[in-house]
Design a binder for this molecule. Structure first.
Ligand SMILES: [Zn+2]
Length: 197
């Protein structure tokens, strides 16, 4: 789908856009109400992150939830492999490149009716571009940053993605106060059980 619209500001170059996208947003809400809530949260996030110029309609967002859910699976799949010390698969790289390609857009100079003044418009689909911005942040992370720092939270009920910025680089949980503490409490319970008190 191609449309012409005003040029949105260039998205902030945030190398962790993909982490926020994969963690905070669940594009595959259950039922009509769940899909609506997911679409609304996603639309608000894209607007706040300047990935779109104007918040997309809920209807449009619901219609594209599937594409966003696929991208989320792709991001999580790539990060899971990298965090386990593996390379992304060829299929994953191809899929990521396809999302990047679909975000292609260009600017056009538009004269007004009199031909005396101009505006610059942009041609290309805004939601395709938003997905490409997320995919681009992952691509840049993999190319430019320390891949060994990418993690999936060790808590099975959490599985958030994060970048380990600790000096030693041995962090296992997304947050020591929540997941880390839960693990510590579980280890403590296991120890108490083993020692029979
Ligand atoms: Zn966690």
């Amino acid at each position: 789908m191609t449309d012409r619209h005003a040029v949105p500001p260039e998205p902030e170059r945030d190398e962790e856009l993909f982490i926020e996208f994969a963690n905070d947003l669940a594009p595959s809400g259950d039922g009509a109400a769940g899909r609506m809530a997911a679409a609304s949260a996603l639309g608000a996030w894209m607007t706040a992150r300047h990935l779109v110029r104007r918040r997309p309609s809920a209807l449009r967002m619901v219609g594209e939830l599937h594409e966003f859910a696929q991208l989320r699976d792709l991001v999580r799949g790539v990060v899971s492999r990298v965090a386990a010390g593996q390379q992304p698969t060829k299929t994953q790289v191809r899929s990521l490149n396809r999302v990047l390609r679909e975000g292609v857009h260009h600017h056009v100079l538009q004269p007004d009716a009199s031909g005396a003044t101009f505006t610059v418009g942009q041609v290309g689909d805004e939601l395709d571009q938003a997905r490409a911005a997320v995919a681009g942040s992952l691509a840049h992370y993999l190319a430019d940053h320390d891949r060994k720092r990418l993690r999936v939270c060790a808590d099975d009920t959490c599985r958030w993605l994060f970048v380990d910025q600790s000096p030693a680089g041995r962090r296992r949980w997304c947050d020591m106060r929540t997941c880390g503490n839960r693990a510590k409490a579980a280890r403590h319970r296991a120890r108490v059980r083993r020692h029979g008190k």
